[in-house]
Design a protein around this ligand. Structure first.
Ligand code: BV8
Ligand code: ZN
Length: 246
């Protein structure tokens, strides 16, 4: 893959890099995206499942949907894209700002990860906010109840209409304002306020590189659009970095 000189110049000068990632980076790990061809939202409507009212109306069904997704996440492994991002830490101040809840960046070993939409492996009681790991919960197929107060236990993900974790989002914004290059990887960039992050980076002067298998609403903002899968392109970018920094 030949990269434009301008991009190679930016890599040479860069100190700080952020990777803004979405469901597309986990597609090659076998986790389906939300809005792509095999997207899960195509079959199910987010308003029916990923929101608090749906959970109160039908807690067992929403809990079951997350159990189904957790099973897929547990069987998944970080792919070459996640691993390449981890390797960038050897050459730059590298931060991951992810919309994904699958913890694959964490399992790939990335050190600084801002999970804007939470993490499917964590759960908490909607009544007393006690946190529970899955192995602390008695899984009966129905929505589990808190052993401290009997409240319903929900996944620690941000549903539609819910605020993002304040401190995490603030740290993500600060890293976007300070970065020299912002890679936008595997996201349709339609979910807000998360999708403001690459725009924040751009207005602060960062060089924006989109990595996606197709054009998105975001492509017109990118300084460079690399078309292909994250698992194929990110290792190639890393190869160029290694040539520059040997
Ligand atoms: C909020 C967690 C208000 C749960 C998710 C403006 C400002 C603020 C809010 C809004 C706004 N406009 C609209 C809103 C409301 C809403 C919103 O953005 N709606 C959209 C749909 C229009 N936002 C909210 O509700 C947010 N909360 O605003 O609260 C508030 C404010 C103050 C006080 C109180 C309340 C909360 C949004 C969070 C929702 N939670 N998920 C769960 O996962 O179950 S959203 C869901 O979408 C996932 O988190 C996902 O990460 C995210 C974004 O999707 P993508 O990651 O981009 O995935 P997608 O499938 O769309 O795209 C995949 C891409 O990858 C494609 O482009 C594809 O081509 C590409 N691809 C595929 N394979 C590959 C690939 N690329 C590379 N390689 C491959 N192999
Ligand atoms: Zn409780």
């Amino acid at each position: 893959m030949i990269f434009p000189d301008k991009f190679l110049e930016k890599i040479k000068e860069a100190k700080s890099i952020i990777f803004f990632t979405g469901a597309g980076i986990s597609a090659e790990s076998g986790i389906s995206t939300f809005r792509g061809k095999d997207g899960i939202w195509n079959k199910l409507k987010p308003e029916e499942l990923a929101n608090f009212d749906a959970f109160l109306r039908n807690p067992d069904m929403v809990w079951e949907w997350y159990q189904y997704r957790r099973k897929i996440v547990n069987e998944a492994l970080p792919n070459a894209g996640h691993i390449a991002i981890k390797e960038f830490e050897k050459y730059f101040d590298t931060k991951v700002v992810t919309q994904n809840v699958d913890n694959l960046h964490g399992r790939a070993g990335s050190k600084t990860i801002y999970e804007l939409h939470g993490n499917i492996e964590r759960n908490y009681c909607i009544n007393c906010n006690s946190f529970f790991n899955l192995d602390e919960i008695e899984l009966t197929g129905e929505v589990p109840k808190c052993d401290k107060c009997g409240g319903l236990i929900r996944p620690d993900v941000v549903w539609f209409g819910e605020m993002l974790p304040q401190e995490t989002f603030m740290n993500a914004e600060i890293s976007a304002q300070r970065c020299d290059i912002c890679f936008v990887v595997g996201t349709s960039a339609v979910v807000y306020p998360a999708a403001y992050i690459p725009h924040t980076a751009k207005s602060a002067g960062a060089y924006l590189v989109e990595i996606n298998i197709e054009k998105t609403d975001f492509s017109s903002f990118a300084d460079l659009s690399l078309t292909g899968t994250a698992g194929e392109i990110l290792p190639k970018v890393l190869e160029e970095v290694k040539k520059i920094f040997i």
